[in-house]
Design a protein around this ligand. Sequence first.
Ligand code: COA
Length: 581
Amino acid sequence: MRILFLTHSFNSLAQRLYDELTQEGHEVSVEFDINDRVTEEAVALWQPELIVAPFLKRRIPDSVWQRHRCLVVHPGPAGDRGPSALDWAILDGVADWGVTVIEANGEFDAGPVWASVGFAMRSATKSSLYRHEVTEAAVQAVRLALQRLAAGEKPQAQAALPVSDRGRAQPFIRPMVRPLMHQADRAIDWAHDDTACVLRKLHAADGTPGVLDEVLGLPVFLHGAHREGGPRPPAAAPGTVIAQRQGAILRATRDAAVWITHLRRADGVDPTFKLPATLVLGERLAGVPERPLAPDAVVDTPTWREIRYEETGAVGWLHFPFHNGAMGTTQCQALTAALRAAKARPTHVIVLAGGPDFWSNGIHLNLIEAHPQPADESWRNINAMNDLVLEILLTDKQLTVAALAGNAGAGGCFLALAADHVWARRGVLLNPHYKGMGNLYGSEYWTYLLPRRVAPVAARRLVDNRLPVNAVQAAALGLVDAALDGDHAAFHAAAASRAQALAADPGLEATLNAKAQRRADDEAAQPLAAYRAEELEHMKLNFYGFDSSYHVARHAFVTRVPRSRTPLWLAKHRGKKPKPR
Ligand code: COA
């Protein structure tokens, strides 16, 4: 089918559906929902047989849904209506939730249902649930809807689907419209809310809009909450900032404490985007004690830290769940130091495990944007990333594995390629390209790492097309070595057993020797320093040259400037005309 995606942005769900439907042989073009006239124009140009709306914030114009079948993906079970579906589900602590594909009929989420798929809720942030459970259920629901369409079936009226298509009993939801969730609904009452309630409120608001609050006299939105299980000063009033660690603050609750990693200023003073909490609070934190925690420190109660190292037999695991996968200069340096320490251990394999939601998204664009000299900070950050890549490449006593449970983009994707083995969870999407960020050339030794794995024509296509590739495609291209089935827990278990097998392989020494030989041969052909120097020449132009595209694109990305048009690499209908069918 010729399908038009009408979407607020090409977010992770839109990327995943685009990828799935394209793989199934559908011809998909994308138009951002900018205004009714632009939507009508896209429809006229692409002449779609079906319109799919993976992520919409506005109603589809009457002129479009009245003439074309439009399927809207709603992150709630059949019957649920309203713009804050997941937020309410998290706040209410429901056990099961779902995704429904609804035919647009002019009223928000009220049309007949084509498919509805349920899932068990997990204690996690809204964006984590969206990236995992919602996305998987949405893929299944859209597939079911397309199968039913092809079979000539008709959609069912709302409330006629109390049980999900996967068999999981869904909460019966009488059709009801839930309002937009306001800050008043999210507000934390520190004196009365217990830790579980505080976490639900914070999770329901993360990544956006955060929970409006006041910290040390500064109005802010709170983001990135983690439970602390250790002791808290008994005299600390709920809400008090009692400690700081690696950019995060620890606030006492009524019955325990929570780490808050990021804040967004709410007093209108720049910068108004998300930054590490201690950076936003600055001198207000004077006297608040540091509570450091080394990556390899063993703790027996829940806590939060940016980098964690653990060992299972001869396998060392480095976890680095950096918020949004963004890696600033000091984070790259801390990870490089943790890797050096891991290399000094008597292990055979080091697994670079990233985080559950993202493996890495490259340099930290928010920190760069907030810096008084963004070009200088970009330069420092990319060099710190390069040092980390180099540290991985020069690991000679262990085999290295990049285990991608979450997505990787731009420099983060090439960082993974530095490992000897790259394994990705099947649902993972990779964005192995930089150009989307104002034509950035990129570094991270990608000019060495990509040709090591991918044939030249395919490599060029990856870099130029600026489109996501899924783990299975990536394995077919050689970009990754294996696409492993299952959810996060199953992926972790599969990666652990593969890593143990590598560590126990009697041929390990020969493998390490062959690796050293290959590195020496490659170095003789072209030194790593030469790849780095050449990439950085281009990056210097991106950062300091007369063409400011990177700075403009970064500013727009970080400050969420609404797109005024759909990029041409997504809006195929704005390129060549579709062939008549
Ligand atoms: N620095 C800072 N924040 C980043 C980031 C980065 N490199 N990459 C992603 N983020 C943030 C986003 O701003 C967003 O923040 P939010 O929690 O406030 O919503 C969050 O991570 C999720 O990103 P989003 O764009 O919504 O995810 P996606 O899955 O739809 O898209 C990417 C993934 C990688 C395609 C997209 O995030 C991207 O282009 N990132 C920039 C990559 C880049 O150019 N890095 C610099 C060059 S190395």
